[in-house]
Design a protein around this ligand. Structure first.
Ligand code: Z5A
Length: 251
C-alpha cells in the first residue's frame, strides 16, 4: 500500500449521519390491551431491522420509575391533582432527557406505553385540571416535539373492565385504577375526544377484537404511515412468508 493510501486508510471516515428515529405512543384506558400490543409492535419493527426501544410512562428510567411507584400508590394524592400533574410532567422530562430523546437521536424507534394523552385524560378530563395548565406543562416537557404516531386503543368499558380485572388478578387496584363502569366510560370518551383533536398523529384503533386482530390493524397503520417504500416492501414479503426477518440499513 502506498504512503498516500496508508494515510487515507488511517484517517477516520466521516461519521454516517443517522436519520432520527420515530416515536410511537400507545394510549387508552386500562384493559384496552396496550401492553399486549407493545410486544406485537416490537416484534414487527425488529423483523424489518429497526432498532427499537420499548418504554412506558410514568417511568422508563430509574428516577421516573421511582416517581411512578409513588404516584400509583397514591402517595401524592393529598397534594391534589395539580401537584400530581406537575409530578407526571417531571417524570416525563426525566424520561425524555435520559431515554427517549437520546434514543431517537441515535436512530432508534421508541415505542411508549402511555404518554401526553394520558395526562390530558386522567389529570385533565377526569381530575378536572384546567387545559391551559396542561398546555403549559406539555410545552415545558416537550417544546414543539410530538409523537410521530399515537395509537389510541378504543374498547367497550365492559370488555376493558373484564380485561383489567384479569390482568390484575388478586392484586389491589392502584390510585388510578379504582372505579366503576361510569369511570371507564368517562376515560374512553376522554381518549376519543383527545384523539379527535389531534388527528394529525392520533388514530383510533378498534381494540375489541382478539389480540391478533388488533395487531393486524396496528401493523397496517404503522407500515402505511411510517415505513419507507423499501421497508414496506420488505414487510409485505415477511407477511407473505417469503422471508422471516430482514436486516435493513438504517434509514
Ligand atoms: N397516568 C396518569 O394518570 N397520567 C399520566 O400522564 C400517565 C399515566 C402517563 C398507569 O397505568 C396509570 O397511570 C394509569 C393512568 C395513570 N392508570 N390507570 N388505571 P398503566 O399504564 O401501568 O396500567 P394500565 O393502563 O392500567 O394497564 P393495563 O390494565 O394492563 O391495561 P393495558 O396495558 O391496556 O392491557 P393489557 O395488560 O395489555 O391487557 C389486560 C388483560 O387483557 C391481559 O390479561 C391481556 O392478556 C388481555 N388482553 C389484552 N388484549 C386483549 C384482546 N385483544 N382480547 C382479549 N384479551 C386481551
Amino acid at each position: 500500500m502506498s504512503a498516500e493510501n496508508l494515510t487515507a486508510a488511517a484517517e477516520p471516515t466521516a461519521p454516517r449521519r443517522r436519520r432520527p428515529g420515530r416515536l410511537i405512543t400507545l394510549e387508552g384506558g386500562e384493559g384496552a390491551g396496550k401492553s399486549t400490543q407493545m410486544a406485537a409492535i416490537q416484534h414487527m419493527l425488529e423483523a424489518v431491522g429497526i432498532e427499537v426501544v420499548m418504554t412506558r410512562e410514568p417511568g422508563g428510567t430509574p428516577a421516573a420509575e421511582a416517581l411512578r411507584q409513588s404516584l400509583l400508590a397514591g402517595q401524592f394524592r393529598h397534594l391534589g391533582p395539580q401537584a400530581e400533574a406537575v409530578l407526571f410532567a417531571a417524570a416525563r422530562i426525566i424520561h425524555l432527557d435520559e431515554k427517549i430523546l437520546p434514543a431517537l437521536a441515535a436512530g432508534a424507534w421508541v415505542v411508549c406505553d402511555r404518554f401526553i394523552d394520558s395526562t390530558r385524560v386522567y389529570q385533565g378530563l377526569v381530575d378536572g385540571l384546567d387545559p391551559h395548565l396542561l398546555d403549559l406543562l406539555e410545552s415545558v416537557a416537550l417544546g414543539t416535539m410530538r409523537p410521530n404516531l399515537t395509537l389510541v386503543l378504543d374498547v367497550d368499558p365492559v370488555i376493558a373492565m373484564k380485561r383489567a380485572a384479569l390482568r390484575r388478578g388478586t392484586a389491589q387496584a392502584d390510585r388510578f385504577e379504582a372505579g366503576d363502569i361510569a369511570r371507564y366510560q368517562r376515560i374512553r370518551d376522554g381518549f376519543r375526544e383527545v384523539a379527535a383533536k389531534a388527528t394529525d398523529r392520533c388514530v383510533l384503533i378498534d381494540a375489541s377484537g382478539d389480540a391478533a386482530a388488533v395487531s393486524r390493524q396496528i401493523e397496517t397503520l404503522i407500515a402505511q404511515r411510517l415505513f419507507s417504500r423499501l421497508r414496506l416492501e420488505k414487510w409485505r414479503r415477511i407477511q407473505q412468508g417469503t422471508v422471516d426477518k430482514v436486516i435493513l440499513e438504517p434509514s
